[in-house]
Design a protein around this ligand. Structure first.
Ligand SMILES: Nc1ncnc2c1ncn2[C@@H]1O[C@H](COP(=O)(O)OP(=O)(O)OP(=O)(O)O)[C@@H](O)[C@H]1O
Ligand SMILES: [Mg+2]
Length: 234
C-alpha cells in the first residue's frame, strides 16, 4: 500500500488568557492508502482534535501533515492556505459526525447534494452520482423527506451518503455510531467496511472496542499522546 498521510510531531495547544491546554503532544503517525484506522482513548484525550487536524478544519500549532495524493504528489497541509485547503477538502475528504449534522430545512437529496459543493463537474452527472450514493446506504426511498422525518440510523446513513457522494479518498468519522443503538451501529459499521473494501481509507474515532476491532489498525491516545498503534488480525 502506498502512503496517504504522514503526521510528523503534531502538537496542538489551546491558549486563553489564563490557561494553556496541550490537546495533542508530538503525534507522529503514518497511514497508508486503504487502511481502516480506529482511534481510541478516554474522553478529553484529544481524539476529535486529531481528527479535525486530519480533516484540515483545525491546524496544528507545530508539526507537519504530509498528504500524498493518488498521483504521488505530496504536500504539507499544515502550511497550506485556506483557499487551497477548501479545494483539498472538496476533492479528497468526507466527514461523518456523531450527531449527523444534516441541514434541517433541506431534503435528504439536497443534503447529499451538499457533498458535491465546490466539486464542479461530476463524472456521470450529479443526479446519477447522488442516486448511487443513496443506493449504497439504502436511503433512496427517503430522498424527498426532511431529516426530522427520519430515524437516527437513517439520518446517519444519509450523512454517510453526503460524505461519500464526491468519492473521497479519505473518510473521517468522529464517533459515527455514538448516537445509535446496537443494530443501527452495526449497519453503519457494515457500510464503512464496504466503503473500505471499495478502496476508501477510513479513520474513525470510537469508544466501542467491538467497532474498533473491525478496523485494520487501532491507535490509542492518552493525554494528547500516541501510546500505541497496533495492526489487527482480522
Ligand atoms: N476550542 C478549545 N479550546 C480550548 N480547549 C479545547 C478546545 N477544544 C478542545 N479542547 C481541549 O483539548 C482536549 C482534547 O479535546 P478533544 O475534543 O479532542 O477530546 P476527545 O478525545 O475528542 O474527547 P471525547 O471523547 O469526549 O469526544 C480537552 O482537554 C479539551 O478540553
Ligand atoms: Mg471527541
Amino acid at each position: 500500500m502506498t502512503s496517504l498521510i504522514e503526521l510528523q510531531n503534531i502538537t496542538r495547544l489551546y491558549r486563553s488568557d489564563e490557561v494553556e491546554t496541550t490537546a495533542l503532544h508530538n503525534i507522529s503517525l503514518h497511514i497508508k492508502r486503504g487502511e481502516f484506522v480506529a482511534i481510541m482513548g478516554p474522553s478529553g484525550c484529544g481524539k476529535s482534535t486529531l481528527l479535525n487536524i486530519l480533516g484540515t478544519i483545525d491546524r496544528p500549532t507545530s508539526g507537519a501533515y504530509l498528504f500524498t495524493d493518488s498521483t504521488g504528489a505530496q504536500q504539507d497541509l499544515a502550511r497550506m492556505n485556506e483557499v487551497k485547503l477548501a479545494r483539498h477538502r472538496a476533492r479528497h475528504l468526507g466527514f461523518i459526525f456523531q450527531s449527523f449534522n444534516l441541514v434541517d430545512d433541506l431534503t435528504i437529496y439536497e443534503n447529499i447534494e451538499l457533498g458535491l459543493l465546490y466539486r464542479g463537474g461530476v463524472k456521470g452527472g450529479r443526479r446519477a452520482v447522488i442516486e448511487a450514493a443513496m443506493d449504497k446506504v439504502g436511503i433512496a426511498h427517503r430522498a424527498r423527506h426532511f431529516p426530522h422525518q427520519l430515524s437516527g440510523g437513517q439520518q446517519q446513513r444519509a450523512a454517510i451518503a453526503r460524505a461519500i457522494v464526491g468519492s473521497p479518498d479519505l473518510i473521517l468519522a468522529d464517533e459515527p455510531t455514538g448516537n445509535l443503538d446496537t443494530e443501527n451501529g452495526a449497519q453503519v459499521m457494515q457500510i464503512l467496511q464496504t466503503l473500505n473494501q471499495g478502496g476508501a481509507t477510513i479513520i474513525m474515532v470510537t469508544h466501542s472496542q467491538s467497532h474498533a476491532d473491525q478496523a485494520s489498525r487501532q491507535v490509542d491516545i492518552l493525554d494528547g499522546q500516541l501510546v500505541a498503534s497496533v495492526a489487527q488480525v482480522l
